[in-house]
Design a protein. Sequence first.
Length: 292
Amino acid sequence: MSRAVSIHIGVDRPHGGHVPLQSSENNAWRMACLANQAGYESLLVLRGRAATRQAVHDVLTRVAGVLTAGTQLFLTFSGHGCERHDHDADERSRKDQGWCLADGEIVDDKLAGYWRLFEPGVRILVVSESCYSGGVIREDDKDKRRAHPRPPAQTVYRGQPGPGGTARSAPAAEYTASCIGEPPRGNDGIRASLLLLSASCADQPAQEGLFARHLLATWNEGAFRGTYCDLHRQVRDRVMSERSSQDPQILMIGAADPGFPLETAFHLAPPSTTPPVAYRANGNPRKDVLHW
């Protein structure tokens, strides 16, 4: 892969009077460490007051202008999630889901607009540890869902693994990403392929830090070499054994890419021997924002 970028957002005290969190900002840094272990050298961490709507807008629009086919964005969020009334009537549930940032909320409609900026052939991996996180990456168009009813639960996502996929040793075979119960029915203008690992379903709260703790334990500083499906299965089992009311999800939207969930989870290349360079906006080093 010619270029891969990771962005990690964590907010303990978002705008709006939410109960302060204790571990979200630290988890953003821990996810950046995971990205570095996985081979990402272009990293950005937005924590606390730095994680504003404008900052997220700036970085996503900038990255969308840089990444081309064959490259990847890895985006994580840790913090409070929101569930709001759907004002534009495009959600079957009549609810929008989103992330609570330092100065306000960013909901799925807005995030979908960012995904539409990325070129075909780009892969976007999103890990969201927040309440209602199963619904944060997509709009839920009611008319489209009426025209294309939800497939039965046993439906699986079949197809060939993409370049670099773990199943590529037998390219003539058909592979099944059985963890994806419902493949994208239409790209809704999103030309990139997007894979979401979420802490809970779209209508569920999530316990702070639980999903990240089990994901990082399963990852085991890079020792884990299974696929995203394998990772989801193991993390989900761990989470639900501790909190059965929180059901982590794995979902896809955008362009069809059945090989994506069959890739080796997170790994891009051998990790760099040199830590990323940290910087402030004014040039003074610090530990929570990394140059990319």
